[in-house]
Design a protein around this ligand. Sequence first.
Ligand SMILES: NC(=O)c1ccc[n+]([C@@H]2O[C@H](COP(=O)([O-])OP(=O)(O)OC[C@H]3O[C@@H](n4cnc5c(N)ncnc54)[C@H](O)[C@@H]3O)[C@@H](O)[C@H]2O)c1
Length: 320
Amino acid sequence: MKLLVTGGAGYIGSVVSDQLCTAGHEVVVLDDLSTGHRDAVPAGARLVEGTLRDLAFEVLDGAGFDAVLHFAARSLVGESVERPGLYWDKNLGESLALLDAMRRAGVSRIVFSSTAATYGEPESAPILETDPTRPTNPYGASKLAIDTALTEYARLHGIGGVSLRYFNVAGARGRFGERHATETHLIPIVLQVATGARDKVFMHGDDYPTPDGTCVRDYIHVVDLGVAHLLALESCRPGVHKIFNLGNGAGFSVREVIEVCRQVTGHPIPAEVGPRRAGDPAVLVASSDRIRSELGWKPERDLRAMVADAWAFARHGLAS
Ligand SMILES: NC(=O)c1ccc[n+]([C@@H]2O[C@H](COP(=O)([O-])OP(=O)(O)OC[C@H]3O[C@@H](n4cnc5c(N)ncnc54)[C@H](O)[C@@H]3O)[C@@H](O)[C@H]2O)c1
């Protein structure tokens, strides 16, 4: 297939682009390099540098694309609270430009990176796709608005769309991994202690109603995520928008993650307990039953594999 990957110079987009190239697909990456890296685009893919708003139609029109994988977004929760307008513009506005370009160019299939942040603070665990969506920040709200737009584009313009709602993505594939200038994800932050880039790690609260008192989160290996994208792409049907949660079905506490990082790196990784952060739910875990039963997807890589691959990448830019 000929595929447009938006955000293919970023963490997840680069890994999935590499998987797509390996699977024999023709890949064009559209990325403005706002948070991505030119050298993260796999050799087999072509990079078009620019925004979706400026270039999506130009790239798609008359070029015989079969589908779009849409990763491009701003995704820092704190930044979204400080600059909500940026998130509505960059996430919703640019996604609408992409959808409109697809409609005009006659490209009818899209797989979209949605997020657990669309659910907000869940009433129960594990989170189902049918649970209420009450995002607590502009990042999650902008992603939910894109999901809603996809439903409308499916109903009114015959687009076939799949939204994949991720929780915490981790790990690496070969030379492709997580290189965020502002890192907010637990595993790379903990590994920064092992590389010497940080002195210690903070656990935000240890008095939550969880087995060891620290927050429990769902983690998924970026390679398993890529496999889900390929299955989602194959499942796109005209006029239908589907939403799937992607998680491991089981969570890990902050303490457990730090302990696995200690085992993998052999570093003592000093950790301190600090105060709770406002708005941090005790447990965020996804049910993956829907994607398991409808698309036959299941995560294959455990927390240890995620940490080991992220660690190999952190040290050498290489993962198994
Ligand atoms: N990393 C996670 O744990 C996680 C969890 C849930 C959802 N997601 C979603 O997955 C997607 C990828 O996340 P990531 O961690 O790889 O982020 P990332 O920041 O590494 O990658 C995003 C890429 O999109 C590009 N980009 C941003 N806005 C653009 C625009 N308007 N036009 C063109 N390019 C643009 C950036 O330059 C970057 O290369 C995002 O949509 C994010 O919201 C990520």
